[in-house]
Design a protein around this ligand. Sequence first.
Ligand SMILES: NC(=O)c1ccc[n+]([C@@H]2O[C@H](COP(=O)([O-])OP(=O)(O)OC[C@H]3O[C@@H](n4cnc5c(N)ncnc54)[C@H](O)[C@@H]3O)[C@@H](O)[C@H]2O)c1
Length: 355
Amino acid sequence: MRKLTCKTQNTNSTQILIENGLKDHIFELEQFFGAYRNMVIITDRNVAKHHLVSLKKQLKSFGGTVYGIVIEPGEQSKNLSTLEHIYYELSEYGITRSDAIIALGGGVVGDIAGFAAATYMRGIDFYQVPTSLIAQVDSSVGGKTGVDLTVGKNLVGAFYPAKAVIVDPNYLKTLDDHFLMDGMGEVIKYGCISSSKLFVRLMGYEYQEDLLDDMEDIVTKCLQIKRNVVEEDERESGVRRILNFGHTIGHVIETYFDYGTYTHGEAVAIGMYNITRMSVREGITPEENLKNIAVLLDTYGLPKDLPEMDENRVKHILNNDKKFEGDILNVCVIPKIGVAEIVRVHKDKAFQLFT
Ligand SMILES: NC(=O)c1ccc[n+]([C@@H]2O[C@H](COP(=O)([O-])OP(=O)(O)OC[C@H]3O[C@@H](n4cnc5c(N)ncnc54)[C@H](O)[C@@H]3O)[C@@H](O)[C@H]2O)c1
């Protein structure tokens, strides 16, 4: 088993366990789950179908009561009304501050369950069991939790890291191919911002089985990068901004299309390609890097082209971006594959990213 610890100044540290097959050995993790009277698993309908019964049974073996809250799948559930439903169920089950919430699912479940844990009774213990690739390589670590508003993505939230993150790449076997490829968008991001070795490795997979065989390694590499960045800058005032590579454009696309047309990884893919197109134009990035990103996105069936969008609506959405400091937007670019840099872009110029 691979073990990582993510230690930050402001919040508790997170233990990260990664192993193929770990999902069937959760009953052995008494050090985390042994002392709770009540545990609540929050999951979505798709994940529940395959994995809820097993997790519930294993957690019950510690002797407490285990409840399940099942939400509808997809980004459109990551909102205040689902959150209110979760609070309501938690109170129905009589959950108190000495109990725990466990997120079993993708990034949507992790983000909303984490925010529920951060805010219900001002905070109760929280664990993540990520089941999608995005959640395994990215969203389950680093403590960002929250929900979307109709005017923008992730606008309400809190930093609330899980006490432990239990990662089993075997969960990905029931994940739809579309979402596996979608998750590759975030994996490619890690190659772009921090590891040319990972980037080159990703170019070498001809068959999906080979990729899945190597997933424990790939997930560990991505989480090491994320852990290192988060430990240095938990609250995103500096280096953590590099994790947003492709996300400024990506978030606008997701919001513009009401979180329905483009999934997160697809929107980020379009964002990475188009921000790099800009940085090539500005002479920051050599053209060859853009070509390599295009090859990799094509390999994993991810989109590159900006959809047609109305300029005024784009401006309205972009204005709500959390990365603005006054009129200046901090944007991550890559001078070369494996190296990230933050550039400060004036609001007026930021709008040109979409043309
Ligand atoms: N908190 C963070 O730091 C952070 C980082 C990156 C992304 N995110 C957020 O993560 C979300 C995207 O994550 P996502 O792509 O995992 O979305 P998701 O949670 O909607 O999962 C994608 C789909 O896969 C299904 N699914 C997940 N695991 C499965 C499994 N093992 N078997 C079968 N089906 C499964 C889900 O039901 C859903 O339909 C976005 O809301 C994004 O903002 C957060």
